[in-house]
Design a protein around this ligand. Structure first.
Ligand code: MYR
Length: 186
C-alpha cells in the first residue's frame, strides 16, 4: 500500500462530507447526549449508551468507508490503525488523528486528536464530570474494527473536556478473528 496522506477538504472522496454542516452535526450530538442524561439519569448508563450507539454506527460505517476509500485489506493492525487515523477520521469527522504510544507487541496504540469537532460549544457542568462525552467515537472504532475481524477494547485516556491537553483514545486488539470462507469445499 502506498504511504497514506490525508486528503484535503474538496477532494472528490470527501465531496459528500463538505455538504454536511458541521455545526448541525455537533449540536445534534450535544442534544442527544443531553436527552440521554435526562432519560437515563446515571452518567455511567449514558456512557454505555453512547458507546453502544457508536458501535452500531461503526458496524455500518465501515462499508461506506471501504467503498469510498478503495482501501485494500491491511496486512496488520498497525496498517489498519494508520488507515483509520489518516483516512477514517478525515472522512467522517473532518480531522486526522495521530497514531502513537504503541506497545511492544504492536497490539495497543493510541489515536490522539488535537481537534475534535464533536466538542465544539461543549462545557461539562460539575454534575457531569464522569461523562465520557466522546464515547460515540470510541464505539465507532470498536464497531468498525469488529467488522474487519478485529475485536478491540477502546478507552479514553485523555479528554480536553476534563482539562487534558488533547483527546487520546487507547485501542487494544483483543483478538483477530479469522474470516470464514463463505463456501463449503467439496
Ligand atoms: C482492512 O484491513 O480491511 C481495512 C480496514 C479499514 C477499517 C476502517 C474503519 C473505518 C472507521 C472509520 C472511523 C471513523 C471515526 C470517526
Amino acid at each position: 500500500m502506498p504511504p497514506l496522506t490525508a486528503p484535503k477538504s474538496g477532494d472528490a472522496l470527501f465531496a459528500s462530507v463538505d455538504r454536511v454542516n458541521a455545526e448541525l452535526f455537533t449540536l445534534t450530538y450535544g442534544a442527544i447526549v443531553r436527552q440521554l442524561l435526562t432519560d437515563l439519569e446515571e452518567v455511567e448508563e449514558v456512557n454505555k449508551q453512547l458507546d453502544q450507539m457508536g458501535y452500531n454506527i461503526g458496524t455500518r460505517l465501515v462499508d461506506e468507508f471501504l467503498a469510498k476509500s478503495n482501501v485494500s485489506r491491511c496486512v496488520d493492525f498497525k496498517e489498519t490503525a494508520d488507515v483509520i487515523a489518516k483516512l477514517g477520521f478525515k472522512m467522517f469527522l473532518g480531522v486526522t488523528a495521530t497514531v502513537t504510544n504503541w506497545d511492544a507487541e504492536g497490539t495497543s496504540c493510541s489515536f490522539v486528536l488535537e481537534d475534535n469537532p464533536l466538542v465544539d460549544f461543549v462545557e461539562l457542568p460539575d454534575t457531569c464530570q464522569g461523562l465520557q462525552y466522546c464515547n460515540v467515537l470510541s464505539g465507532v472504532i470498536r464497531g468498525a474494527l469488529e467488522m474487519v475481524s478485529m475485536k478491540t477494547e477502546v478507552t479514553w485516556v485523555r479528554d480536553m473536556l476534563r482539562g487534558d491537553d488533547a483527546y487520546e483514545m487507547r485501542v487494544k486488539l483483543i483478538k483477530q478473528v479469522p474470516e470464514e470462507y463463505p463456501y463449503k469445499d467439496d
